[in-house]
Design a protein around this ligand. Structure first.
Ligand SMILES: [Zn+2]
Length: 277
């Protein structure tokens, strides 16, 4: 049997329902079918079968609607992080609203589980040059690490020249760790390699070799997935083409590929990879 590499990579689940990851405003969420109990069960079952623990960045809205699901995630030994409350692009929010929503989301999770929330991931990786103020609010609220900055640039997110591996963000009154979303540096091009739609678009071998290349450089990678990516039959609705292309692409391949990933790599919650307690 091939041995897994010596480096432990971070496995993260952005825990939201299918209609929340598709740029529908929270005011309309009541119109759509909740499927997170089913897709959440699939994620938890696959992780349990592989005996792997992950970080679940849980959307506040989901936590308030399905608290028993959050308790189950915690009971099964996974790390509970926050994915904010309303899945709004941070650079479209005011700092005040971001802070209010994040406070609500973190408090709810902490009251529910009794454990401190250490980590944050922004919806759509939306900490960009237009929303760097969010880092100060994360620090103020006592977050110990963030994993939101994508060192690429596309229509929705990214800071092209941001560091590619974990680093410390330090201000006068706080410091925390940023774990950037993983990329592979190719000549003249930085390739996103880290999960989600990229995991469904590239053949599995591409993802596998890219993570191995990052690990060969001595660095951990982070991998992310959404429960709705393991629910290929979720409703098709009419959304802009640029969103539909990535959201619905090749969903049927996710489960098979995830099983391989869980077998091929050493994976752990992000706090453990960063050594944060
Ligand atoms: Zn999300």
């Amino acid at each position: 049997m091939m041995s897994k590499g010596p480096i432990t990579n971070a496995l993260t689940i952005d825990f939201e329902d299918w209609y929340q990851g598709i740029e529908i405003p929270i005011s309309q969420w009541g119109d759509y079918e909740d499927r997170i109990e089913r897709s959440g069960d699939t994620v938890l079952r696959l992780l349990d079968e592989a005996n792997v623990k992950a970080t679940f960045f849980i959307l506040g809205y989901v936590a308030e609607k399905f608290p028993d699901l959050v308790k189950r995630i915690e009971r099964e030994g996974h790390e509970i992080g926050t994915h904010g409350f309303s899945h709004t692009l941070i650079y479209k929010q005011s700092p005040e609203l971001f802070k209010t929503e994040l406070t609500r989301a973190v408090r709810f999770l902490e009251d529910l589980t009794g454990a401190k929330v250490l980590g944050h991931r922004a919806p759509y990786f939306s900490i960009t040059k237009d929303s760097l103020w969010a880092l100060d609010i994360l620090g103020e609220l006592g977050v110990r690490y963030d994993s939101s900055i994508f060192p690429v640039l596309n229509y929705r997110y990214g800071i092209a020249d941001a560091p590619r591996f974990p680093y410390t963000i330090e201000r006068e009154h706080f410091k925390f760790t940023e774990f950037p979303i993983s990329t592979l540096k190719l000549p003249g091009f930085t390739m996103p390699i880290s999960g989600g739609a990229y995991f469904r678009i590239y053949p599995y071998q591409v993802t596998k070799q890219a993570i191995k290349a990052v690990n060969r450089g001595g660095n951990p990678a982070t991998f992310y997935l959404h429960p709705w990516e393991l629910d290929p039959d979720h409703p098709r609705i009419d959304v802009p083409r640029r969103i539909a292309l990535t959201h619905y692409f090749n969903l049927g391949a996710t489960e098979r590929r995830l099983k391989k990933l869980l077998r091929d790599f050493r994976l752990a919650p992000m706090k453990d990879v960063l050594g944060i307690t």
